[in-house]
Design a protein around this ligand. Structure first.
Ligand SMILES: [Zn+2]
Length: 77
């Protein structure tokens, strides 16, 4: 699912956003903090998958987060 292109160190890692095409949710960034308080960059990825869904009666392949995927199959009350 996640394709990292190893270039210069972390470059490939940071360029992959794992963005949801429906809600626009994407990775967010912060620091890992060790016991010695050393900060290193890290990021949190959302659970985004490549999936085929029906939009306006047409099948479409999109990157979609599991939260949106669940909503697609939910019945209206
Ligand atoms: Zn989403």
């Amino acid at each position: 699912m996640i394709v990292f292109v190893a270039q210069d160190g972390m470059e490939g890692l940071w360029s992959c956003l794992m963005k949801c095409d429906i809600c626009g949710k994407q990775a967010h960034y912060g620091h890992s903090v060790s016991h010695s308080k050393q900060h290193t960059q890290r990021r949190w990825l959302h659970n985004v998958h490549r999936s085929t869904i029906i939009i306006n009666g047409k099948k479409k392949k999109v990157n979609i987060c599991t939260r949106c995927l669940r909503t697609q199959y939910k019945e209206a009350r």
